[in-house]
Design a binder for this molecule. Structure first.
Ligand SMILES: [Zn+2]
Length: 120
């Protein structure tokens, strides 16, 4: 287990995670596809927001279970609370300092077929 620090582009949002990476995921749902995000999954106990709560934007869609966060200043997606397992965060691995993303295998997860809720 190691501590990694990450931030958005402008540096307003800073967070830390404690993890030992085994895999990253890429999701093909309509949102992740547009973000082109590669993500790491960590439990909420392994996640700390160091700074930037005031600039953290929230995007919710579909079932509104997942909480997609981004920096309101620079627009970068930093992390989100997951829909299937809300105790876990998905982390944008490209926001992490000193992580060689290429050495961890990327698993493609099937988000496209997750059921959508009708707009009410
Ligand atoms: Zn920012």
């Amino acid at each position: 287990m190691q501590t990694y620090r990450g931030s958005c582009h402008c540096g307003a949002v800073i967070f830390e995670i404690d993890t030992a990476f085994t895999e990253f995921t890429k999701c093909d749902c309509s949102l992740c596809k547009k973000k082109n995000a590669v993500m790491a999954k960590v439990h909420e106990d392994q996640f700390r927001l160091v700074q930037g709560e005031d600039v953290l934007g929230l995007y919710e869609w579909n079932t509104r279970t997942a909480k997609h966060h981004f920096c309101k200043k620079c627009g970068i997606y930093t992390f989100h609370r997951k829909r299937v397992s809300p105790d876990f965060f998905g982390i944008n691995v490209y926001c992490l300092n000193d992580v060689d993303v290429s050495i961890v295998p990327v698993v493609e997860v099937d988000g496209l077929t997750m059921p959508l809720e009708s707009e009410e």
